[in-house]
Design a protein around this ligand. Sequence first.
Ligand SMILES: Nc1nc2c(ncn2[C@@H]2O[C@H](COP(=O)(O)OP(=O)(O)OP(=O)(O)O)[C@@H](O)[C@H]2O)c(=O)[nH]1
Ligand SMILES: [Zn+2]
Length: 295
Amino acid sequence: MSEGVILKALSGFYYVDGKDGAPTVACRARGRFRHEKITPLVGDRVVFTALSDGSGMVDEILTRKNQFQRPAVANIDQLVIIASGAVPITDPFLVDRMISLAEWKGCEALVCINKCDLDAAEALYATYRSAGFQTFRVSAETGEGLSELYAAIAGKVSAFTGNSGVGKSSILNALEPGFGLQVGEVSDKLGRGRHTTRHVELLRLNNGGLVADTPGFSSFDIDRLEGCRKDDLQHTFREFAPYLDGCRFVGCAHVKEKGCAVLEALAEGKIAHSRHASYVRLYEQAKEHHDWEDK
Ligand SMILES: Nc1nc2c(ncn2[C@@H]2O[C@H](COP(=O)(O)OP(=O)(O)OP(=O)(O)O)[C@@H](O)[C@H]2O)c(=O)[nH]1
Ligand SMILES: [Zn+2]
């Protein structure tokens, strides 16, 4: 028996990495997973048995560190959130929602601003750096900044996400020329075919990292932060942490309360306005959702 990672799931087969250059093994899952209603996921760390015909059998799924429903992946170490100050300009709210999702699921959030050859996006860069995130400025076009990004994903399991046309495929191709992912004009990509279900796959980098190929913001399960209650949300904004104990009222929502230490920090410029605005928007969503759900 060996240990490996599921890189791809397709038609009942799970493609498990062959460590140290050994070929990927196409495995079936033991029947008991079906009886126990457990579906192996891409990213799962598994124990498998190689069979004499070259195929294999997944015997055991090791405990997951986290899991996402859309795309269906497990054990993501970090979300690499790609943004751009050039067309198509990224709405910071979408970045903040992804960051909260990452924090909620227990993975690191990295912010990577692409298309710096066209626009350096100083404000975005300053916002995320000062909020305490690893923030990169890159250009898939010129190669600027890519070596820092490459180093940050070495040895980790990363999922790249970002609005359509921001350059996710271009960055991955520039990092690993062997990938040959399809890059398109923004307008071409809006046509038919873009909405067909895509299978997630983990791609292996030469630096030991694995990356999930490019799900867009819309395909990540971010419509609502699954299970994240309005009172939990404050903890997904890491730059609020130093102030959370300083509010006058226990259970302060940090929206418009008197004596709120978060709002004071906002007024003093210690918290970015766009970040707090995203918090308020997510807070309202969480409130509505759970009011509805609790009835
Ligand atoms: N100037 C410039 N153009 C870029 C850069 N990165 C990507 N592009 C262009 O932006 C367009 C979209 O790039 P993609 O890599 O296909 O974007 P994507 O994020 O993978 O898009 P989806 O697959 O729709 O989610 C292409 O025309 C790229 O050539 C960059 O750093 N600078
Ligand atoms: Zn407060």
